[in-house]
Design a protein around this ligand. Structure first.
Ligand SMILES: Nc1nc2c(ncn2[C@@H]2O[C@H](COP(=O)(O)OP(=O)(O)OP(=O)(O)O)[C@@H](O)[C@H]2O)c(=O)[nH]1
Ligand SMILES: [Mg+2]
Length: 692
């Protein structure tokens, strides 16, 4: 069925991991009869958690689409993962929704994930509702959760659906706006009178709502202060307006297990949450100018690709239509890549199920298969329209592992697999580290990388192992020394002869080798100087302590000797190497380690722990200052070798609040204990390599 823009609601479900988003989506599909069996996350039978990785782990990993149809309306639920590692998927969902529903359970307080989602929605200026889940659980408490939310998020937070309890069991909900009540028993929902014991609550919350409605409408403000009641129509329109301006965050509730509140929630979303037509939408560049794009059914087609699913057969691109409509068997121009794309079959998607449709209208979300040159963040336009929607900006990765193939010769397969996976997950990055010669993969945490490696196996048939990456240490000398190298070989006809006297000294100015000569009287002929330099350049690739590249070195050739017949370039190269090997160990060498500039963002309460921990990591705290959203930023200089698992450790130290950025700053000398350990490790590694 095709819907007009005013009948569509794109709502993303956000919140902390495991708070019940996927189960809620399932319940809404069930009560609206889109599915005839209520699936369970634990059994891997839900519509949204259909991917093999999700079933295996019982968590959401990607954003799934779950369209709920009711009374001629369509709610596209975007069920986003809650686990912080999958923030990329969350950002994709947030971009195309007009409003968000933050799910937090009725037990244990407003979760960190819920609070972080709130901050993002506030920044994006998008209407937000709160759904208090799992009312059926023991010790669930709707009211204390709501009150805590109001304390944290402010007075916009007002209850709209409140629970009807039979003892402690949630059996239905009351809508305080419409003063209607429903009881639910699985998919069977019946309207009932508002229970007498809830009448006071209904009036109390209507008053809260009225106050917020009045604040966002002048006429209603006068009426409110004149003590007049709003008409039903005024109340409803006022509600919608106040939700759009974020003056009201409606609070809903229910149980995905008993179905209590589910149908009432569907009605409430349709009644109070905005349609794509109600919302100013995306920023875009149109014909080279920055514009605020309003969705317009009568405009030439414009669609934004916000998500891609990839497998060995190709890409499946999810798009939201921002202008006109996308029709089957048409062609659209990708305004980012410049390619004209053939749009073949298009689909509505529900979990893993695709239904072919002739068209997708403005405001709605669809998917198209096998576009040749279109990726997440691209815009597709009708010929003649030149709109580029502002791309979703993905976070920097914070956790890196080395990726080792389990079998030899799998490198090609790994590369193809990663390229495909990158199509659907633009957050992770992979690279070949030129210094350590390791293939590395970076993501948002250990589970993120574990899922990627697991997908490499299941989708692309190649097994990899993830290990801590090697650190790119360096070596340098701290003393000026002189050393000699003589290469001499007598064999049959021509012999080999080269002899150099070198001076090695530290040179803090320059990382790269500085080579000079001050040879008198031609003891080493000029034409051999390049060979000497070449020999040294090769030598410094392996330092004398642990085999790491040598930096900050100045080498001066000051004397030597040659032989008329036997001297050649190779001999002088060898002589230079011998001088290096003889000289550097005597020049007080030291191992350098990379240091980074770290910025950690945390709430104030964790300051002590974070600083204590940075000290343990040999970090130097340089300062603290307040940052956005009531956070503090701690700046520190830290050895990179101590930061490998920081993403995971910081998360556990701050209950998921903390985030950080780190950038390479410089090399610094390692303390003796650390150096001894590095040398020990290098030895073991070299022995291992020799064994192979
Ligand atoms: N008792 C009870 N348990 C629920 C309810 N909703 C969800 N759960 C359970 O809570 C756990 C997490 O539920 P999910 O629906 O996967 O939560 P989620 O928010 O989608 O989790 P992520 O997507 O991984 O962030 C599962 O074991 C569910 O069975 C509910 O209404 N009542
Ligand atoms: Mg989920």
């Amino acid at each position: 069925m095709a819907y007009t823009i005013d009948k569509i609601r794109n709502v993303c479900l956000l919140g902390h991991g495991g708070e019940g988003k996927t189960s809620l989506a399932e319940s809404l599909l069930y009560v609206t009869k889109a599915i005839d069996r209520l699936g369970k996350v634990a059994d891997g039978t839900t519509v949204s958690d259909y991917d093999a990785e999700e079933v295996k782990r019982s968590i959401s990993i990607q954003t799934a689409l779950a369209p709920v149809e009711f009374g001629g309306n369509k709610i596209n639920l975007l069920d986003a993962p809650g686990f912080f590692d999958f923030i990329g998927e969350v950002l994709e969902a947030e971009r195309v929704c007009e409003s968000a529903m933050i799910v937090t359970s009725a037990k244990g307080g407003v979760s960190v994930g819920a609070q972080k989602a709130w901050i993002r929605m506030k920044t994006a200026g998008k209407p937000t509702a709160l759904y208090i889940s799992k009312l059926d659980e023991e010790h669930a408490d709707f009211y204390s959760t709501y009150e805590q939310a109001r304390e944290i998020f402010g007075v916009s937070v007002c209850p709209v659906l409140i629970p009807i309890l039979d003892g402690v069991k949630p059996v239905g909900v009351v809508n305080v706006v419409s003063k209607k009540a429903w009881k639910a028993d699985g998919a069977k929902v019946t309207e009932c009178p508002v229970p007498a014991n809830l009448e006071d609550k209904v009036e109390e919350y209507r008053a809260l709502l009225s106050e917020n409605i009045a604040e966002s409408d002048e006429e209603l403000m006068e009426k409110f202060f004149g003590g007049e009641e709003f008409t039903d129509e005024e109340f409803l329109n006022g509600m919608r307006k106040a939700v759009i301006t974020r003056s009201i965050c409606p609070v809903f509730c229910g149980s995905a297990f008993t179905g209590a509140g589910s149908e009432a929630l569907v009605r409430a979303i349709i009644d109070y949450m905005p349609s794509p037509a109600d919302m100013p939408t995306d920023k875009a560049v149109e014909d080279g100018k920055d514009v605020d794009l309003t969705v317009d059914p009568s405009a030439p087609t414009c669609a934004f690709v916000f998500k891609t699913v990839a497998d060995q057969y190709g890409r499946f691109s999810f798009f939201k239509v921002l202008g006109g409509k996308v029709t089957q068997d048409s062609s659209l121009v990708n305004t980012v890549s410049g390619t004209t794309e053939k749009i073949g079959r298009i689909y509505f998607v529900r979990g893993k199920k695709n239904t072919e449709v002739p068209e997708v209208c403005t405001g709605d979300i669809g998917a198209v298969a096998k576009l040749a040159d279109t990726r997440t963040n691209d815009t597709l336009c009708a010929a003649g329209r030149n709109t580029v929607v502002k791309p979703i900006s993905f976070p920097r990765t914070c956790y890196t592992q080395a990726l080792l193939p389990k079998s030899k010769g799998a490198e090609d397969k790994i590369a193809t697999g990663l390229a495909r996976l990158h199509d659907e997950d633009p957050v992770f990055q992979n690279a070949l580290n030129a210094e350590t010669h390791q293939q590395t993969i970076s993501g948002m945490g250990d589970i993120h990388l574990d899922v990627l490696s697991s997908k490499l196996k299941t989708k692309f048939g190649v097994e990899v192992e993830l290990v801590a990456p090697r650190v790119a240490y360096r070596e340098k000398i701290r003393k000026k020394v002189q050393a000699e190298g003589r290469h001499k070989k007598q064999s049959g006809g021509h012999g080999q002869y080269g002899h150099v006297k070198m001076e090695f000294e530290p040179n803090e100015e320059e990382l790269d080798l500085v080579f000079e000569e001050r040879v008198f009287g031609g003891s080493v002929p000029k034409n051999f100087f390049p060979a000497v330099e070449k020999g040294l350049r090769e030598s410094i690739q392996r330092g004398v302590l642990a085999g790491y590249p040598v930096v900050n070195l100045k080498a001066t050739l000051y004397d030597g000797s040659y032989h008329d017949v036997d001297s050649n370039e190779l001999s002088f190269k060898m002589a230079a190497r011998l001088a290096y090997k003889a000289g550097l160990p005597t020049a007080n060498p030291v191992i350098l380690e990379p240091y980074g500039n770290l910025k950690v963002y945390i709430p104030d309460e964790f300051m002590g722990d974070i600083i204590g921990d940075l000290n343990k990591r040999r970090g130097r705290v340089m300062g603290m200052s307040p940052a956005e959203n009531n956070m503090q930023v701690v700046e520190a200089e830290v050895p990179m070798s101590e930061m490998h698992s920081y993403a995971i450790d910081l998360r556990s130290m701050t209950r998921g609040w903390g985030s950080f950025d780190i950038d390479f700053a410089r090399y610094e000398e390692t303390p003796p204990v650390v150096q001894a350990a590095i040398i020990e490790e290098a030895k073991a590694l070299m022995e291992e390599e020799e064994d192979e």
